[in-house]
Structure formats: C-alpha cells, structure tokens
Ligand binder design. Structure first.
Ligand code: PLP
Length: 453
C-alpha cells in the first residue's frame, strides 16, 4: 500500500503515534503534527495536499541537482540489479567506490588523494576524529590528541559529532562528551566584531583565538583544529577572507592538523567544488556528505590529505574502524552520476559566475532594506537574513527566535521553505536555481517579512 491510500490527516496521525523525529520536541509534535512532503520536482516540493513549495533549503543542504532526476534513479536501479551490496572489508572492493574515489580526488585540492567512506556526515566526522588521533599515535605522539573546535559549530549528532560541535543545547544533553575537545570563538562579525574593527582585522582576531587555545593547551598536546568553512546550521556565518589563511598559518606554525567539515559546503555550494578552494587553504581532512549524492542516497566521503595518508601507509598497522555500508555500491553509483550531472550542466561555475552574485545582489537590494532585517549575507548559494527589532542597535526580539519563526511560517504559507535558527533565517537552495527562481524566492520572503511585521 502506498501513501496515496492515506489522507494527509491519517498520515499525520500515524506519524505522531509512531515516528520519533530528529531535533524535535515530541510533546509539541504530538499536538501540532508534521508537514508531510509527498513528492518533489525540480526546485519544488509538494505536500500530500498537493501544495507547491519552493525549497530554499535543498532538503537539508543536500539536493544540489534538484528533485526528480530520473538519471539518478536509473543509476541506483542498474547498480541494485548488478550488485546491490558488497563490503569493502577484508581486502575486497566493488567497482563504484573505486571509481568514485578516483573522481573525488580529481575534484579535490591537489594534496588530497585518499577517500574513506561512510553513510553520513556524522559518521565521517567520527572517522576524522579517530583518524587524526591515530595519525599522531602512529607518529609516536599519542598525547597530541586534543581538538580545537568552535562555539556554535555543528559537526553531527553522534556522540563524537556532538562533542566536536559547539552547540550548547546538544552539550547539555550529552551527559559525557568525548574528552579533550575545546571550543573557541566563531568568526561571526555581525555580533562579535568591535566598533570600528574592519572585517579583515576581525578575521585575524577570530583566528588568534585558535592560537591562544593551542598555546594554553601546549602545542604538543593539540592534534587538530576543526571547522566548517562557513558555519551552516549555526546560522550561515561567513568568515572574513582573512580568517582561514590565518588559521592555516597558525596550524602549520604549531604542527596542528587542519580538519575542514565541508558536509554543507562540499560539491559546489560556495561556487567551487570545495570551500577549501574558495578560501585558498589545504586542509589535512575534508569531511563531505549530503550533496555528494544530492541526498538521493546516504553517503559520506572523508577526503584525506597526503600527509596523513603517507603515515598510514608507511607506518602500517590496522586502523580498527569502518562501517558496514562504507563504499556502498548503490550510493557510490548515484554519487558518480550526480557529479556527472553537475559537471555536464556546469552547476558549480554557474554558482560562481552567475547565480551566486545575482543571489547576493537580490538579497541586498530586495531583503536587506526591510525594517526587520539587520543584515543579509551570502556566499555562493548559501545565505542568511538576520532578524532584528532595531536595525541600528541590532537589538533582537524577545523571546529569542520568536519573530524568525513567524517569518518562516509566513514564508511557508507563501510557498517558500526556508529555515529559522535562532534569530537568523537561512537559505541553501538547490544549485539549479536560476535568476528567475531567485526573484521568486525574494518576492515570497519579502512578503513573509511584511506579514511578520
Ligand atoms: N557536519 C556539518 C557541517 C553538517 O551541517 C552536518 C549536518 O547537517 C553534519 C556534519 C552531520 O551530517 P549528518 O546529518 O549526515 O550526519
């Protein structure tokens, strides 16, 4: 029996009765019910009432090639018929993860030539954490095991992912985080820069917090620094261009590895295949997932730089770590086809040269001037709108986030899906958006802002 045999109301009742959702207040959910998204096509999602909504979040930062791609379904079907599953353990491989590893290392920065697969961003970050600690142990420095991360970072929901992350609410529920992880300030100029401080200087000061943390722990105790190139779930916080090169310089100075979490930014979002290329840095690990398959299959790839890979190979010894679905043949077949579509349609170049700049201008000109908006910012096709009570003083509404939620609800009613995180509205649309889609989104967001006023 398919869902068409059920009414929306019935589906919501069954959902409330049996389905525990992620990041959800289950009491509230029981009372309000969920929005059931039944199908999707191109840039639009549809609920089981048939309501059309423009998806400003690409699902959850992942559907970069948009919905309804028959080619991806066909790739999955063909692979399932040929070989639905075999593992990559015990000196075995299957063809698609091998070919995908080749492709990924061609797209990645030059010093990245190895890939470790998982099924989610969280898993990939668990792998990254274990890998950097393993690296230092192989180098004869097991005590060099601390990780520096940032407040408000999101690195996943497993215990390691949440411990790496800097979300206070998540830490409050961890009841025992992974030890030896510290969190420093984030490069969030809108709230944290000083009066008169330039963006450039703020970026350097935020990077200095990394150096301070290294010095406080002692460089011989610090394994790595981890960060999202652009903080995503924390509110699309875009660092000044001075930040990442300075963080890299500091990491090199103290022989600390640099881990970049590109689960959101990987595969075109910032206008390059990887944000490492946008910011001009060479991290030792790059965590990727989501848009690797445009969300059509669960798959993550931890891209591993030559420095770590060389030690793994030269020193040898088993790395006791891996997942049943690592290098899943069907997920990898879909990823290969997804990357082929992105290349064929020039989606990454389009973000860089056309839709990214147009998106930035449209947000500034059509949303930035609204009374409720303190700042708009974007990079490539990810953007943020700061909701404030007072533009000049940056005073927020109380309770925190209340007006942002109102804007979001009005936006959805206008046929526009975007997300509210605290007082920040965030956008991360499919990369197939055109200038016309951006105009449509701005019209709907502007209307939602008016209605929330
Ligand atoms: N890292 C970042 C930067 C993310 O945004 C996310 C998810 O949104 C994750 C890791 C976790 O990925 P997943 O939800 O696939 O485990």
């Amino acid at each position: 029996m398919t869902y068409q045999n059920y009414s929306l109301k019935q589906l919501q009742q069954i959902d409330a009765a049996h389905h525990l959702h992620p990041f959800t207040d289950h009491k509230e959910m029981r009372e309000a019910g969920s929005r059931i998204i039944a199908h999707a096509n191109g840039p639009f999602i549809y609920d089981s009432d048939g309501t059309e909504i423009l998806d400003g979040m690409a699902g959850l930062w992942c559907v970069n090639v948009g919905y309804g791609r028959d080619e991806l379904a066909d790739a999955a079907y063909a692979q399932m018929k040929e070989l639905p599953y075999y593992n990559s353990f015990f000196k075995c491989s299957t063809p698609t993860p091998v070919l995908l590893a080749k492709k990924l290392t061609e797209l990645a920065p030059k010093h990245v030539n190895q890939v470790f697969y998982g099924s989610s961003g969280s898993e990939a970050n668990d792998t990254a954490l274990r890998l950097v600690r393993h690296y230092w142990a192989l180098e004869g420095k097991p005590e060099k095991n601390r990780i520096i991360s940032r407040k408000s970072a999101y690195h996943g929901s497993t215990i390691a992912g949440a411990s790496l992350g800097g979300m206070e609410q998540m830490h409050n529920q961890l009841h025992g985080a992974v030890p030896n992880i510290v969190h420093v300030m984030m490069p969030y100029a809108y709230e944290l820069s000083l009066p008169g401080e330039s963006d450039h200087d703020f970026g350097l000061r935020a990077a200095k917090a990394v150096e301070d943390a290294i010095l406080e722990a002692g460089a011989d105790k610090v394994a790595a620094f981890i960060g999202e190139p652009v903080m995503g779930a924390g509110g699309v916080k875009i660092p000044p261009m001075s930040y990442w090169p300075e963080v890299q310089r500091i990491c090199r100075k103290y022989d600390v590895l640099l881990m970049l979490d590109e689960v959101i930014t990987g595969y075109g979002r910032t206008g390059e295949w990887f944000a490492a290329q946008t910011f001009g840095i060479e991290p030792d690990t790059i965590t990727t997932a989501k848009a690797l398959t445009s969300g059509y299959q669960p798959l993550s790839a931890l891209l591993v730089g030559d420095r770590i890979a060389a030690t793994l190979v030269e020193k040898g010894g088993e790395f006791y770590h891996g997942y049943t679905y690592a290098g899943h043949p069907v997920a990898c077949a879909v990823a290969l086809k997804n990357l082929e579509i992105m290349e064929r349609e020039g989606l990454v170049e389009r973000v860089k040269n056309d839709t990214g700049p147009y998106f930035a201008k449209a947000l500034q000109e059509r949303i930035g001037g609204h009374d409720l908006v303190g700042e708009v910012r974007s990079i490539g096709l990810m953007g943020a709108i700061e909701i404030v009570r007072d533009k000049a003083t940056k005073e927020r509404f109380l309770p925190a986030g209340s007006t942002a939620v109102l804007v979001r609800d009005h936006a959805v009613a206008q046929g526009m899906m975007l997300r509210a995180t605290g007082d920040t509205m965030i956008l991360s649309p499919p990369l197939i958006w055109t200038r016309e889609t951006i105009d449509m989104a701005c019209d709907r967001i502007a209307k939602a802002l008016d209605l929330a006023q």
